[in-house]
Design a protein around this ligand. Structure first.
Ligand code: AMP
Length: 115
């Protein structure tokens, strides 16, 4: 996946602010944060969407998300967080390499999700 921006981040070709890593995932700060602490959990291997990702790494994914979210919440003193993933262009996925958004939330932060 020569042109994939997240593959380039995983390989170290593009600089990033890394928060943590596990065997199959890295967690980095989003380059264009929607809220303070907005971070991304990215698979080290290239899978386009969640449907392409093997089930063997589901448990590790959840543990990575939980560890990262706890760390980020503490760092930015958040009251809660949203966990969002976009799958496919129609659903708002811009980078076609599976990832989860961790969005720490604070009262009055002005960020809205209408669901
Ligand atoms: P999505 O719409 O779910 O595909 O979101 C992709 C996210 O990746 C956006 O929030 C971007 O700001 C973020 N992003 C794109 N390039 C980089 C990068 N080089 N480093 C960190 N985050 C990035």
């Amino acid at each position: 996946m020569d042109e994939c921006v997240f593959c380039k981040i995983v390989s170290g070709e593009i600089n990033n602010e890394q928060i943590m890593e596990s065997e199959n995932f890295i967690v980095i700060k989003d380059i264009s944060p929607k809220v303070k602490g907005h971070s991304l959990v990215i698979s080290k291997n290239h899978y386009t969407t969640f449907l392409d990702m093997p089930s063997e790494i589901y448990e590790e994914l959840l543990t990575t998300v939980k560890t990262a979210a706890s760390k980020i919440i503490k760092e930015v003193d958040a009251d809660g967080f949203n966990l969002i993933m976009n799958n496919g262009e129609t659903a708002g996925q811009i980078v076609p390499h599976v990832h989860w958004h961790i969005l720490p939330r604070k009262k009055g932060d002005g960020f809205k999700i209408d669901i």
